[in-house]
Design a protein around this ligand. Sequence first.
Ligand SMILES: *Cc1c(COP(=O)(O)O)cnc(C)c1O
Length: 408
Amino acid sequence: MKHDDNLTTERPTFVAHLECAMTGEKLPADTVQNLSPAGKPLLVKYDLAGVKKALTKDTLAQRPQDLWRYRELLPVRKVQDIVSLGEAVTPLIALHKLGDNLLVKDEGRLPTGSFKARGLVMAVSMAKAFGISHMAMPTNGNAGAALAAYATRAGINTTIFCPADTPEVNVSEIELQGATVYRVNGLIDDCGKIVGEGKTKVGWFDTSTLKEPYRIEGKKTMGLELAEQLGWEMPDVIFYPTGGGTGLIGMWKAFAELEAIGFTGKKRPRMVAVQAAGCAPLVRAFEQGEEHAPRCENAHTIAAGIRVPQAIGDFLILRAVRESGGFAIAVSDDAISAALSEVSRAEGLLLCPEGAATYAAYKQSLADGRVKKNDRAVLFNCASGLKYPLPLVTRALDRTQPIDFSRF
Ligand SMILES: *Cc1c(COP(=O)(O)O)cnc(C)c1O
């Protein structure tokens, strides 16, 4: 383990430019950017031929087991800008009892207990590099917690807005980790409008999903890691709980980059966007053959992380799902609760509701024939189940009374 190899020494980076995901317009990388002139997300483009020459699988195998091992495919140019809390490689856990070829990538092990750490460690490191002093964000909880943690570490002020019914633990952890958080009587996109106004009026940096180019690059590491963990063999199908879609878009980008640098072949997994029935704009758009997904009114679900009524990257999510031969699928809150209970009781693995939604979707897809039993399937559990309200247990034992041991 040569830790100083990626934390204290200079190293070459390969970012070429940024590109509008809709129009293809090119923009320079080494300056602060939010959306493209067309108002669409910007994607980071690399000199992949350069990466191919610089990086081998063997070199990679020598490096520490953290997200920075993929530095040639990441945007941070100077090591001193890296703001780390220990972004460990997350385990792939087989569900032996519930499937023949079923794996869970357990993202709850990351700093702040969710995979939002992957995106925000990158966005904040880049903000530090650019000398940004005040970041703002709308959040359903986990993204705000990750932003708060990393921005505080980097000495950047942070203001965060979340829907009033955001899980209590999220609101508390955001505040405790040094940000100022407000509960807003609206949904995440209503919070996003406030951030947009603050950007115009007082110059906040807008850290909303896909409104800056680097969160995708962090989330992309899920795909890089997954491929490496599977010996550079792609799984058959990936079930991803989809809100803003950063992770799905990021993984799809990662798979293209891995093929371009010769690490993987042509095979790509089918990407399945999993949404909650109470908030499934992408499922409707997928089924109707649309490129964009209109806002879902009255969005509601217990899976707070995927309660996103409208996603600015809708066209990128739908494009990835379609190109991959995958699909979008909705599951009810009842199915999510049942899935959560089934996986914890059968396998001893506590999922978050969004993660449980992917297992519910997997079962539904087996039943309707869209996925086969022997397909190698990967479910994403994107946060620690411990961050969410858990069922009450009322069973008690009175030790002053005789105990009937036959009843245990
Ligand atoms: C944010 C979040 C999601 C959705 O992720 P996107 O990449 O934004 O679609 C899913 N699950 C959890 C737990 C989350 O916090």
